[in-house]
Design a protein around this ligand. Structure first.
Ligand code: GLU
Ligand code: ZN
Length: 332
């Protein structure tokens, strides 16, 4: 009898471990613009990380920000990913077809009284907020509408968003690239929007609902999204889902240290292709920038599997120069 219990314990432990080890990574491009060299570097790392752990990788088209979606950008994403040699498992998830799932999550937040209707406009918030704010985060929400109950939404005659109550909380998480990250919600915008007044889910909610639905266990993305992670962790907690692990990797910047933009030349992947760059040459440059190759020589994505490691990737952004692009065959 005792023996049977002990054996059962081992069995349970083993299957729990096997479940833990089933890695699911993801690629989550937005068709709001073309994919560029920076996206390629992040996708390369995400794919190699999942595949080198024998994991799966899923694809999601993040088109929920519909007004900004560019015509033909979705087709372009598939072309770019295939060109790089990236593949994925299972069905592609498309956000604009999943309104029902986001609504269900919003209802779960309402039931717990974790959200409230907010009628503030952007300029209301800017006027009322006093604290200085970061470049991307906007001002910290001053709490104007926190007094409102869920029920009051029904009597509102002006458009309103749903905001999540952060209650000045502090968040710590362990990033597999950056190590321990500690942030106060108040320093990254305070109470945040989960549902926009336009009637669509905000990025923070959609991304959590989708990562959970796709069974994602490992998120590899640009480190510009670090301030989003505490908000997403609050949503995981509220929705009682177990959060994935996070790997935030440095961005690709131009020689001026700013994130890739038009002024740095055309670094869209479609432009590279048009100007004679082969995918293997770009992958070689990027793999070299991650410390996996001694020289930026052409390489196929799958040939990077044995040399992939997170530890060798520099902690600072990768500076892409015109000379580096020319060296991989970019015809100016
Ligand atoms: N769709 C976002 C982007 O392309 C990524 C969001 C995420 O990785 O959480 O910037
Ligand atoms: Zn408000």
């Amino acid at each position: 009898m005792l023996y049977a219990i002990a054996w059962r314990q081992v069995f349970v432990d083993k299957s729990a471990k096997a479940m833990q080890q089933r890695i699911v990574g993801r690629l989550a491009p937005s068709p709001t613009g073309a994919q560029h060299v920076g996206n390629a570097r992040t996708y390369m790392i995400a794919w190699l990380s999942a595949r080198s752990q024998n994991g799966q990788i899923v694809l999601r088209i993040e088109d929920i920000d519909s007004p900004r979606v560019k015509l033909g950008a979705v087709e372009q994403i598939y072309e770019d990913l295939r060109w790089l040699g990236l593949d994925w498992d299972g069905e592609v998830l498309v956000q604009t077809r999943r309104l029902f799932a986001y609504e269900a999550a919003l209802n779960k937040l309402k039931e717990q009284n974790l959200v409230y209707p907010c009628t503030c406009t952007r300029s209301d918030i800017e006027r009322a907020a006093s604290a200085p704010h970061g470049e991307h985060e906007g001002p910290t929400y001053p709490g104007t509408c926190t007094f409102r109950t869920i029920q009051e939404a029904e009597s509102l005659t002006i458009p309103y968003a749903w905001r999540f109550r952060t209650e000045g909380r502090h968040c710590e998480f362990s990033d597999r690239f950056h190590g321990k990250v500690a942030l106060n919600l108040a320093d990254i915008g305070g109470d945040f929007v989960v549902w926009k007044s336009a009637g669509t889910p905000a990025y923070q909610l959609a991304v959590v609902v989708d990562d959970a639905a796709q069974g994602v266990t490992e998120i590899v993305r640009g480190d510009d999204l670090i301030p989003s992670t505490p908000r997403q962790l609050l949503l995981y907690e509220a929705l009682t889902w177990s959060p994935p692990s996070f790997v935030h990797v440095p961005l690709v910047v131009g020689p001026d240290g700013r994130r890739l933009a038009k002024r740095h030349g055309d670094t869209r992947l479609c432009a590279l292709r048009d100007r004679g760059v082969r995918a293997e040459a770009l992958l070689g440059l990027l793999a070299h920038s991650c410390g996996w190759l001694d020289r930026p020589e052409p390489v196929r994505l799958r040939d990077l599997l044995p040399v992939f490691q997170l530890d060798t990737i520099p902690k600072h952004p990768f500076v892409l120069t015109a000379a580096a692009l020319e060296a991989i065959g970019y015809n100016v």
